[in-house]
Design a protein around this ligand. Structure first.
Ligand SMILES: Cc1cc2nc3c(=O)[nH]c(=O)nc-3n(C[C@H](O)[C@H](O)[C@H](O)COP(=O)(O)OP(=O)(O)OC[C@H]3O[C@@H](n4cnc5c(N)ncnc54)[C@H](O)[C@@H]3O)c2cc1C
Length: 330
């Protein structure tokens, strides 16, 4: 394993000072289920100084505020989200998405912040290849085996897919992320937080956080009456595996009329992929099973599959059909 030093600060301010001192050599250490694997695989770009934030108070909670919004601390375990009665009542689609992440063991160790900010799981990066994310000037996924972990919706430098299910499920809820910086707190939408394939502080990453910034909380606004949502996921095995394709769909309904729609695909692009053509098509329509066929005709027309992953697009369209059918039947 790559040699490391671990700091255990007791406040966000202290953590930010340590991160600032070591620059891009340091990294936040939450559950470690992604970070420690990177170190074990001797990935060049993995940090040498770990800033373990688990001793910092106030980062692990699920609570409702006076407006009915729910705040989830960045250190909250995925298992705590999966088992929360409050979240199951208010945001069942999010809970379903988290219940479908990996295995019980992993959900007991992983945190919400870590899931949102995880590294891509491209087999070339994880195998220590010198790609764009690992100090090199090539994307092996674009030219090699791209059947599972790579984008079918085009790319810029790195073609790996953004792997996090939580971001996909949070977008239809208009959730916002709170980030502590050396200059105070800032708030971002989830789409702003993980725009995919971004060069930040000289590193290619899926999220926009700078080396000395820490995600502290996610806030999910109370859903309006008439909001319905569904999460679908296809993966090789029922537990453990990442999505080949996933879908979070949220519809705002007035009776059976769709007044607003949010359609987000996961596992097919370098970011949670917002399918605005389908959203625009659905707005103003009556929710019914007949609508599905027409919605499918407008979906993913911008697809740009690589040599081995065109099947992801068929899977994604299949998920749209099942998601629409579930919502129409609900
Ligand atoms: C076998 C396996 C299957 C998996 N399947 C899925 C799946 O189906 N769906 C899915 O969504 N995920 C999946 N995952 C990913 C898993 O959910 C992540 O590994 C986990 O959520 C990361 O959380 P963590 O707390 O362990 O993060 P860490 O490993 O501690 O950190 C991950 C990254 O986030 C950064 N980070 C963490 N917290 C913060 C913070 N608060 N502020 C700033 N930076 C931070 C770290 O510096 C690091 O770069 C899988 C992982 C494995 C190993």
């Amino acid at each position: 394993m790559k040699p490391i030093s671990v700091y255990r600060p007791s406040s966000i301010e202290e953590a930010i000072q340590i991160l600032s001192l070591h620059g891009t050599q340091a990294g936040v250490y939450a559950g470690g289920t992604d970070l420690l694997i990177q170190l074990k695989n001797r990935i060049e770009a993995a940090p040498s100084f770990l800033v373990d934030i688990k001793k910092i108070d106030g980062l692990r909670h699920i609570k409702e505020n006076g407006q009915g919004d729910v705040q989830i601390g960045a250190l909250t375990k995925l298992a705590e989200v999966a088992e929360s009665d409050l979240l199951a009542k208010k945001y069942p689609m999010l809970v379903e998405a988290v219940q479908k992440i990996s295995s019980p063991e992993l959900r007991n160790a992983s945190t919400v912040g870590g899931d949102l900010l995880q590294q891509v799981w491209c087999q070339y990066l994880r195998g220590g290849y010198s790609c764009y994310r690992n100090g090199g000037y090539i994307c092996y996924g674009a030219i090699g085996d791209n059947s599972y972990y790579h984008s079918a919706m085009g790319g810029r430098l790195c073609y790996a897919v953004y792997p996090g299910d939580i971001a996909t499920a949070l977008i239809p809820h208009d959730a916002r992320a709170k980030v502590a910086t050396p200059f105070g707190l800032k708030e971002l939408s989830i789409e702003q937080l993980v725009p995919g394939d971004m060069m930040v502080d000289g590193r290619l990453q899926s999220h926009v956080l700078r080396f000395n910034e820490i995600l502290t909380e996610v806030t999910i606004p109370a859903a309006k009456p008439g909001f319905k949502a569904s999460f679908e996921k296809l993966r090789p095995r029922g537990v453990w595996d990442f999505a080949m394709a996933s879908l979070a769909i949220g519809l705002q309904l007035q009776g059976k009329t769709i007044t607003d729609a949010c359609v987000v695909f996961g596992g097919i692009a370098g970011k949670p992929w917002r399918e605005t053509a389908v959203e625009n098509f659905l707005k103003g329509k009556t929710l019914s099973t007949d609508l599905t066929r027409q919605a499918l005709a407008t979906a993913l027309t911008d697809a740009a599959p690589l040599k081995y992953n065109a099947t992801k697009i068929d899977m994604a369209k299949g998920l749209l059909a099942s998601g629409m059918a579930r919502l129409a039947a609900a």
